[in-house]
Design a protein. Structure first.
Length: 458
């Protein structure tokens, strides 16, 4: 009886501890990793590093000098040499360590063994990046960071740089318009495309950037951000009027750049420029980011007159995509469906959009249109996105790199509040003033009536 009582006294706290750990692993994975998962994986890595490297084929034969030294000092068995391991650095989502490759190895050898390393050390995923020739970094992710997105506290933001999502390797996905000027973003209804757009608008609203919107769905997506927009078109007819103004603005900026290039001989090289970023700050015009929501609406036609208007609008969009970067005009083209069947100019426009983000789509053709020229495996990953994971997407660019990302939740009200608070940052662009959206003034609440005190009498 005494033994049973002792067992219950000991087993009760152990069961509660195990249940708490299981609950934390499911509902608070970051806390579980910091307290339990991280230390266990670190011990596994330290105790099995050499054997795991040998099992994965990441070891090489020792040098002759090493063999002679071992034979002269000890009688140990001469084993293959694994890559030299650096210090293990824990993070809130996993572990990081650097490996110095042995002679004859390359980063692709380590990347090919990433899945084996994941199982050997009990982590969610292993990612390999090249630091410099002969050195790679292993990023071990302890849990699925895309299941419940939590952006890092320190974000690398700046002018035209917006941390908009989290990558599957726990690194923020930053939309950098200076590096990737134009982008195509696709996604079906309820796929999270609008959430991605909200983060872009909210991030750019705090910067000295002009925001222009084309929203042919009567403005339901971009109208809440009207206080921060320099121009908004909600009908194809309005788009047809606004596009020539943007093209003229682009041409005027090119004239400004040419005037700077035509200065007197003997001018220092640093004062000669080919884009607006080389101009002096007091002469540099504000960058312009153009959001095109539901681009397919610009391609749809019903009559011969509509077809002529469509061809003109598409031509002007292509001109902006081809020449806008140097003038500081950037395109963010969004839609549910994008394919060659939209009409003349669709594939030519897509060719100018370097960045690609594909949320869940309704057909494989759209995924191929977005990612097919990047990597076939990216198309497969995009088609495998489940409807239960809104905001999950595959992001890549025409360099061939791609990764899975997920956007954190941002309500429409919060994004609209940010735009109202930053309405004073709307740049002064005279050409766009006729297209500035009307912002309704919120009604002023009447003050509450003052209650006068009554004297107390018998």
């Amino acid at each position: 009886m005494t033994d049973l009582t002792t067992l219950l006294e000991v087993g009760g706290p152990l069961a509660a501890l195990g249940g708490g750990a299981a609950y934390a692993r499911t509902n608070h994975p970051a806390l579980y990793w910091s307290a339990v998962g991280g230390p266990i994986s670190t011990v596994r890595l330290l105790s099995s590093y050499a054997s795991v490297m040998e099992a994965c084929g990441l070891t090489v034969a020792p040098s002759r000098l090493r063999v002679l030294a071992v034979k002269a000092t000890t009688r140990r068995e001469i084993r293959p040499v694994p890559p030299r391991r650096g210090i293990i650095r824990p993070t809130s989502t996993g572990l990081r360590l650097r490996l110095r490759l042995a002679p004859g190895q390359e980063p692709a050898d380590v990347a090919a063994s990433a899945e084996r390393l994941r199982h050997a050390w009990g982590v969610h995923a292993v990612y390999v990046t090249t630091v410099k020739p002969g050195v790679v970094e292993l990023r071990l992710v302890g849990f699925d960071v895309l299941r419940k997105v939590r952006m890092p506290r320190k974000l690398d933001a700046g002018l035209l740089r917006v941390p908009v999502a989290l990558r599957e390797d726990a690194v923020p996905f930053v939309r950098d318009y200076r590096a990737v000027p134009h982008q195509l973003t696709l996604g079906a209804t309820l796929s999270g495309k609008s959430m991605y757009l909200r983060h872009l608008v909210a991030g750019l609203a705090r910067q000295n950037v002009a925001l222009v919107g084309f929203d042919c769905k009567r403005g339901v997506e971009l109208a809440p951000f009207a206080p921060r927009l320099s121009a908004l078109a909600t009908e194809p007819d309005e788009v047809a009027e606004l596009l020539p103004v943007l093209v003229k603005e682009m041409e005027d900026r090119y004239d400004l750049i040419r005037a700077r290039q035509g200065i007197a001989p003997g001018t220092p090289d640093e004062e000669i420029t080919s884009d607006i970023w080389g101009l002096p700050e007091h002469q540099r015009p504000f960058p312009v980011v153009l959001f095109v929501d539901e681009v397919a609406e610009l391609f749809l036609v019903a009559t011969k007159k509509d077809e002529e208007r469509r061809d003109e609008m598409v031509t002007q969009l292509i001109r902006l995509a081809q020449l806008g970067r140097a003038a500081g005009i950037y395109l963010e083209v969004c839609g549910q469906r994008f394919g060659a069947e939209l009409g003349k100019g669709a594939t030519m426009l897509r060719a100018q959009l370097t960045g690609r983000v594909c949320h869940r789509v309704n057909d494989e053709a759209s995924a191929k249109m977005a990612l097919g020229d990047i990597a076939p495996e990216a198309v497969i990953a995009a088609c495998a996105i489940a409807p239960e994971l809104p905001g999950l997407a595959v992001a890549g660019d025409t360099s061939g790199g791609w990764s899975r990302i997920r956007t954190p939740y941002l309500s429409l009200g919060d994004a609209a509040d940010i735009c109202r608070e930053t309405a004073h940052l709307v740049p002064d662009l005279p050409a766009l003033k006729p297209f500035r959206p009307d912002v309704p003034v919120p009604p002023v609440k009447a003050p509450a009536p003052v209650v006068q005190p009554h004297p107390v009498t018998d």
